[in-house]
Design a protein around this ligand. Structure first.
Ligand SMILES: Cc1cc2nc3c(=O)[nH]c(=O)nc-3n(C[C@H](O)[C@H](O)[C@H](O)COP(=O)(O)O)c2cc1C
Length: 207
């Protein structure tokens, strides 16, 4: 039995493809694994704040040395990290925005990548503190196409960034499902959606 942290990051509601694909994955997964639990966070509609000066001061002050105002400044981040570490699997719905992730997701990542909590700096080296057996599934939606070999492949700052930042905190088992060409005409869109749905069915069977 696993606890899955499912996060949507699109600001769109019913029109969001990443949202509906993640929903499809999660409902099929729950049918196959009724004992698993799902913790849900909707960053698209309820974003977390950007880090600010007090947050930074608190993050780099040991908990026992923090005055009450710094403890308060880092409280939400502590709760988000607790929630993150309490999960064994992660499902993230992530549109491509300007070749990268939406800023709502970046703000969340800034809140949970924390020294002493999700990574450490020891003997002059960084070390991820999240159990590397945990699995991540990213469902990404894109108006165009960025797969290897396509003209815009070098513009994909989304997958390399997410792989790097997840690996930094210890998560190296990361699977991507792409729905591309969503704004490239009906045929390309339908073809891509069908492929994404197949990939979702595969992930439900094999993840
Ligand atoms: C602000 C903004 C920036 C976008 N930037 C890109 C981009 O760089 N590359 C791309 O292929 N599509 C881009 N798109 C298109 C979205 O990735 C696409 O519409 C996707 O379906 C959005 O995800 P959603 O359906 O879950 O909301 C952008 C859309 C918006 C609103």
């Amino acid at each position: 039995m696993a606890n899955i942290l499912h996060i949507d990051t699109s600001p769109r509601g019913e029109r969001s493809i990443s949202r509906s694909l993640c929903y499809e994955f999660i409902t099929s997964w729950k049918d196959a694994h009724p004992g698993d639990t799902v913790t849900y966070r909707d960053l698209g509609h309820n974003p977390v704040p950007h880090v600010d000066e007090s947050w930074i001061a608190a993050a780099f002050t040991p908990p026992e040395a923090r005055p009450p105002e710094l403890t308060e400044a880092i409280k939400l981040s502590d709760n988000l990290v607790d929630e993150f570490l309490a999960a064994e699997r992660y499902v993230f719905g992530v549109p491509m925005y300007n070749f990268n992730i939406p800023s709502t997701f970046k703000a969340y990542i800034d809140q949970i990548v924390r020294v002493g909590r999700t990574f450490a700096f020891e003997n002059n080296a960084y070390k991820g503190l999240v159990d590397s057996s945990k699995k991540v599934l990213v469902v990404t939606t894109r108006g165009g196409a960025f797969s290897p070999g396509t003209p815009l492949a070098a513009y994909d700052y989304q997958e390399p960034y997410l792989r790097a930042v997840f690996a930094f905190i210890g998560l190296t088992d990361v699977t991507f499902i792409y729905a591309e060409n969503l704004n490239s005409g009906d045929d390309a869109r339908q073809q891509s959606l069908a492929a994404a749905k197949d990939a979702i069915a595969q992930a439900v069977a094999n993840w």
